[in-house]
Design a protein around this ligand. Structure first.
Ligand code: SAH
Length: 460
């Protein structure tokens, strides 16, 4: 029998006075009322506040800040005027030093709780000197309103799109692209796609910006191939955005909230733009993954390279290699590098990038890391050093098992999700590896996301 609501220490609509003790992984404040946990957005550790209970479950409830009684010294005024409506950032009310401290603590906590790694060394987070305007990619949904097109973000818990003139974590070039393309499209009578009726044309505007080259790519994601007034549209975009190098259309006819469809065609210019990280030049196409914060990407890759500790004699496997960014960094110090990636366009980019940089000791393969690497192992290809950089869901079990069979001396694990990092490190530790240290890098200031690079050694 479940307990009745009457027995909970708080009821919906109660106003209670609380003191916040902690922050969740989503950045909400955590308070206890007679042992009962309340999650309250925007509450900070050490703060005392009056909170209205807005929902209760058996083990925990949710609240809303009503009145601050004692403010944390780490609280600051959010810079962005639409911070709370947008929801894209979660930590703008916390000072940047406070954010870095929070991220380090939360990585430690997750590694201990999920990975059983209480004693592993987690370094202070490497933060940015200038933690604004860092993103090189904007993916903005388009809607209709006020007699024209709007482009911005979904109002929380709704499908209404709120117009956004600028986003303070976005390169200002991308803001300009989105505004300009929206106005040009409206001028030529292009309708926004409507999710509910599944009618209209323009779904998203995607802007990619090479921060070190100035190159701009514009991707128009449309429901159907037919794009009214295409020539005029291209003409005006070229005229108003001088640095545009690539205008691409991607067609997504499905009822889905996945942004990209399967078909991509170049409307004008090159199918890719260029950017550089360190000494290496990269071609980036519409569909391939490229890290969104180039300044911190350099910091992250330098750390990965340091952890790989290459002398020039090693065979290296770079799993989940994207467009070969880490692979090419490693190749400069290794005997050979094998990169694996599931998106065919990314591997085409990776091969082009190797050529572009005259790097010859790399090979790239398209496919699942968990299929290709076991095959390589059977064929006798072994890695002295293995680098993995999986998506949020972490490494596949089969890949982890192959790593344990193959026994590279070192594993460098780059991760955008501390929870799956912890889970996978646990498997590797149980299979004979020891985690040496973990370096968090702040790739996504003002959000709760944190990137990590961990290095493991085989216990001899
Ligand atoms: N190392 C790259 C990319 C990391 S993002 C960089 O730093 O830029 C993770 C990459 O893994 C994406 O490019 C994604 O397409 C790819 N991926 C996802 N699942 C995969 C799988 N099962 N096997 C191989 N690659 C995969």
């Amino acid at each position: 029998m479940g307990k009745s609501k009457q027995e909970l220490p708080v009821q919906k609509n109660d106003i209670v006075e609380v003191e916040f003790q902690d922050l969740t992984h989503d950045g909400a404040g955590v308070a206890k009322v007679n042992g009962y946990t309340l999650f309250v957005p925007y509450g900070l550790p050490g703060e005392k506040a009056k909170v209205k209970v807005i929902g209760t479950k058996k083990g925990y409830g949710f609240g809303r800040l009503v009145e601050m009684i004692e403010e944390s010294e780490a609280r600051i005024e959010p810079l962005c005027p639409i911070y709370k409506q947008c929801g894209g950032c979660q930590l703008q009310h916390l000072s940047y030093e406070g954010q870095l401290q929070y991220k380090q603590n939360s990585v430690k906590e997750v590694l201990a709780r999920i990975g059983g790694l209480e004693n592993v060394r987690v370094h202070p987070v490497l933060g940015m000197n200038e933690p604004w305007r860092y993103r090189n990619k904007a993916q903005v949904p388009v809607g209709e309103g006020g007699g024209g097109l709007v482009a911005g973000f979904y109002q929380q818990r709704s499908h209404r799109i709120i117009d956004m003139k600028e986003c303070l974590i976005q390169a200002s070039e991308n803001d300009t692209v989105v505004q300009t393309v929206k106005e040009i499209a409206a001028k030529y009578g292009i309708r926004a796609y409507d999710e509910k009726s599944h009618r209209g044309t323009l779904r998203h505007i995607v802007a990619k910006y090479g921060q070190n080259t100035g190159d701009i790519m514009i991707v128009l994601i449309t429901k159907q191939k037919d794009l009214p007034n295409r020539k005029n549209l291209i003409h005006d975009i070229k005229e108003q955005i001088p640095n545009v190098k690539s205008i691409v259309q991607n067609i997504n006819p499905k009822r889905t909230n996945v942004i990209f469809g399967d078909e991509t065609r170049v409307l004008w210019g090159s199918p890719y733009i260029y950017d550089t990280i360190g000494d290496i030049q990269f071609a980036i196409s519409a569909r391939s993954f490229y890290q969104v914060n180039p300044v911190q990407t350099k910091v992250l890759y330098d750390k990965a390279l340091e952890y790989a500790n290459l002398t020039g004699t090693e065979n290296v496997i770079d799993a989940y290699c994207g467009i070969g960014t880490i692979s090419l960094f490693l190749a400069q110090k290794a005997k050979s590098v094998y990169g694996v990636e599931i998106v065919p366009e990314a591997i085409e980019d990776a091969k082009r990038n190797a050529e572009l940089n005259h790097i010859k000791n790399v090979e790239f393969a398209v496919g699942e890391a968990e299929t290709i690497i076991p095959n390589w192992y059977e064929e006798g290809i072994k890695a002295d050093v293995m680098v993995v950089d999986p998506p949020r869901k972490g490494c596949d079990e089969k890949l982890l098992q192959t790593m344990l069979d193959m026994k590279p001396k070192r594993v460098v694990y780059v991760s955008c999700n501390p929870a799956t990092l912890a889970r996978d490190l646990k498997v590797l530790e149980e299979g004979g590896y020891k985690t040496q240290e973990v370096q968090p890098v702040d790739m996504f200031p003002h959000t709760t996301h944190v990137e990590n690079v961990a290095v493991l050694k085989l216990n001899m």
